[in-house]
Unconditional design. Structure first.
Length: 219
């Protein structure tokens, strides 16, 4: 059984939705549409200690619709969405931002949250082998290695104990996606054994309250 399959039960139990192989047109777009230009360089607006992070340019409507519709394919995420009863009128959900991280050896993403309703991670390329990564720090407490891992942070019901969800991301995660509440803390530890790049795409989905406000004024 792959690490992707092994991880799914724990992820789903903690309100992190998993999506198997994404459609080819989505993966092709994510790989080819990124612009390596100054106006799209977004390192200074992200938490990552990563040199190369780039925002995507304005997207075709079908790209945004794919990620928005992915919410409604998950009863779990829909249930979470229904807890937002603070709006007096319906507001559309939009893909506000989307960017690509090109993480190199020893770079990392410190613990952080995102803004909005939901965030996602699409894994395009994982360049390392976990067995080799685990040999870098073989004597960690309890034999648990965090090297190169993605980790979500949850808490016990009293809020006084951290329950980390350490995800063994490897090549079996490529072309797959996780979607989770944007306020869920998470981090990515550095890898050490590959000179290639770990390539992931992230995005934030939010209520478009500006459009909602304009539509209300026109009623």
């Amino acid at each position: 059984m792959t690490n992707w399959k092994k991880s799914q039960r724990e992820l789903l139990a903690n309100n992190i939705q998993t999506y198997d192989d994404l459609p080819e047109y989505i993966i092709d777009y994510l790989k080819t549409a990124i612009k390596f230009e100054g106006e799209y360089y977004t390192n200074n607006s992200l938490a990552g200690h990563i040199e190369n992070e780039y925002a995507y340019p304005p997207r075709d409507k079908k790209i945004d619709e794919f990620f928005i519709k992915s919410i409604f394919k998950s009863p779990m995420l829909v249930s979470y969405l229904q807890t937002f009863n603070l709006l007096t009128n319906d507001a559309p959900i939009v893909l506000e931002t989307m960017w690509c991280n090109f993480m190199r050896k020893q770079e990392f993403n410190p613990i952080h949250t995102h803004f909005g309703l939901f965030s996602f991670i699409v894994f395009l390329k994982i360049p390392y082998d976990l067995a080799k990564e685990d040999k870098i720090w073989p004597n960690t407490y309890g034999g648990k290695s965090c090297t190169s891992r993605l980790e979500f942070i949850t808490f016990n019901p009293f809020g006084n104990t951290i329950n980390p969800i350490t995800v063994n991301v490897d090549k079996s995660f490529e072309n797959k996606m996780l979607m989770f509440p944007s306020n869920m803390p998470h981090q990515v530890y550095p890898f050490y054994t590959s000179d290639d790049e770990r390539i992931t795409v992230s995005g934030n989905l939010k209520f478009d309250t500006v459009k909602m406000s304009n539509e209300t004024k026109n009623d």
